[in-house]
Design a protein around this ligand. Structure first.
Ligand code: GAR
Length: 214
């Protein structure tokens, strides 16, 4: 399965996905990495791995729809069958999301549906939650919503700052996203009525993928 990864920044999740695709027998490969920000560090991560990159700078487009149309064109030109958002910090139009329905994954650094949006770790600390985590889900038009493929739990420790908590959650993200991607490329994550059912390789139903606290 040809994968297109969308980034806006550092690209550490991209690096984790590159690592996953390099595993023997992995049934997906990254055909293109696209950034909406020209200087994104993640572009270097892709280049170092020999993966074609493209910059589609949203500032050059008059509307969300025209940016999304160019993004869609570039992904199709690269033969992409599945999109992975990896720190892609732009809201996509409903039209784009509908075209890629159940073929676009996102990772978010909280246990959705809690703490959608920005400043997630600061808000988790302020709320006094004891466990947070990360979620891989299929993308829907509403921000940080969609059928959940997998989640990982991460403890919030006393004295945590948004930075220390972000670093602990990021470690979990790097484990979770490759595991979730593997299930999707193997056709073992089926969306049934806005919920994901995981299947074993033999076609029987598998237990939900929940990675306990690290
Ligand atoms: C990650 O923590 C990812 O979960 C988050 O941005 C970071 C990107 O880091 N994404 C979101 O908040 C999306 N709503 P990375 O560029 O090093 O992968």
């Amino acid at each position: 399965m040809k994968i297109g990864v969308l980034i806006s920044g550092r690209g550490s999740n991209l690096a984790a996905l590159i690592g996953a695709c390099a595993e023997p027998g992995f049934r997906g490969r990254i055909a293109v990495v696209i950034s909406n920000r020209p200087g994104a560090e993640g572009l270097k991560v892709a280049e170092a791995a020999g993966i074609p990159t493209q910059v589609i700078d949203h500032k050059n487009f008059a509307s969300r729809e025209t940016f999304d149309a160019e993004l869609d064109r570039a992904l199709r030109e690269a033969g992409v069958e599945l999109i992975c958002n990896a720190g892609f910090m732009r809201i996509l139009s409903d039209g784009f999301v509908d075209k890629w329905r159940n073929r676009q994954l996102n990772i978010h650094p909280s246990l959705l549906p809690a703490f959608k949006g920005l400043h997630v770790h600061q808000r988790a600390i302020e709320a006094g939650v004891k466990i947070t985590g990360c979620t891989v889900h299929f993308v829907r038009p509403e921000m940080d919503e969609g059928p959940i493929v997998a989640q990982a739990a991460v403890p919030v420790l006393s004295g945590d700052t948004p930075e220390t908590l972000a670093a602990r959650v990021l470690e979990a993200e790097h484990k979770l996203y490759p595991m979730a991607l593997k299930l999707v490329v193997e056709g073992r994550a089926r969306v049934v009525g806005e919920q994901v059912t995981l299947m074993e390789a033999d076609g029987t139903e598998a237990a939900p993928l929940f990675v306990p606290a690290i």
